[in-house]
Design a protein around this ligand. Structure first.
Ligand code: PEP
Length: 251
């Protein structure tokens, strides 16, 4: 059972040609990753079928970047959890900071999406993180714990047994700034302690990824921290070489 995860969020970057090239490169290199490491890719929705087909005989797992909280019906432009599941998706991002800030997704909506993903037998990757202003006001732990608690209040703490949490300081996403390993570890440990106060077994088994400008140069030290169980990677997941280099660091 893999204990480390490297997850690649492609955001709104792809084409059929780029998807083919990237997945060919990852398929060729994935066998060289440490045995305890699970690689997951999150292409944009139109490329899921292509990715599913290309990952048929691969250990790389498919994820999706977004989902509707609704099960079906008159919701033009939305995509349901069961549709994602139909295309072989196993992990779904919920609460990414770009969704929270650019599309006004509230904690309540994030919790509803989290539950929709689990209802379709997939694993939500709950993204949480503070803004720079919140960090400067010393509000980091209060913010991330409240984001986790919103899901616990809606779904129950046991729901975290089938979920992944990704701590992504907003100020580090796409900026080239990375939390230091000590800063990241402190927040990860606090998140785990917050969950442990409600269910210690769930907390112990909870995979908590770090995200925010992770690169081949920063990954090893981040992943060596006791409470960091892998990374959610944006920019550096768009090249097979740089994403595989991050995967190599996940020992
Ligand atoms: C992300 O989108 O989740 C992310 C961490 O992006 P980047 O690695 O580019 O900062």
């Amino acid at each position: 059972m893999p204990t480390m995860m490297v997850a690649g969020n492609w955001k709104m970057n792809a084409s059929t040609t780029a998807t083919a090239e990237l997945l060919e490169g990852l398929n060729a290199g994935v066998a060289s990753l440490p045995k305890n490491t699970q690689m997951v890719v999150f292409p944009p929705l139109p490329y899921l079928a292509q990715a599913q087909q290309m990952l048929q005989n691969s250990s790389i797992v498919l994820g999706a970047q977004n989902v509707s909280e609704q099960a079906k019906g008159a919701f033009t432009g939305e995509v349901s959890a069961s549709m994602l599941q139909d295309f072989g998706v196993r992990y779904v991002l919920v609460g990414h900071s770009e969704r929270r800030s650019l599309y006004a997704e509230s904690d309540a909506l994030v919790a509803a999406k989290f539950q929709a993903v689990q209802a379709a037998d997939m694993v939500p990757v709950l993204c949480i993180g503070e803004t720079l202003g919140q960090r400067e006001q010393d509000e980091t732990l209060a913010v991330v714990n409240a984001q986790v608690q919103a899901v616990i209040d809606a779904a129950g703490v046991d729901a975290l047994a089938c979920a992944v949490v990704a701590y992504e300081p907003v100020w580090a996403i796409g900026t080239g700034l990375t939390a230091s390993p000590e800063q990241a570890q402190a927040v990860h440990a606090a998140i785990r302690a917050h969950v442990a106060s409600q269910n210690s077994a769930v907390a112990e088994g909870l995979q908590i990824l770090y995200g925010g400008s992770v690169s081949g140069a920063t990954a090893e030290e981040l992943f060596a921290q006791a409470d960091i169980d892998g990374g959610l990677v944006g920019g550096a997941s768009l090249s097979a070489q740089s994403f595989l280099a991050i995967g190599q660091a996940a020992k």
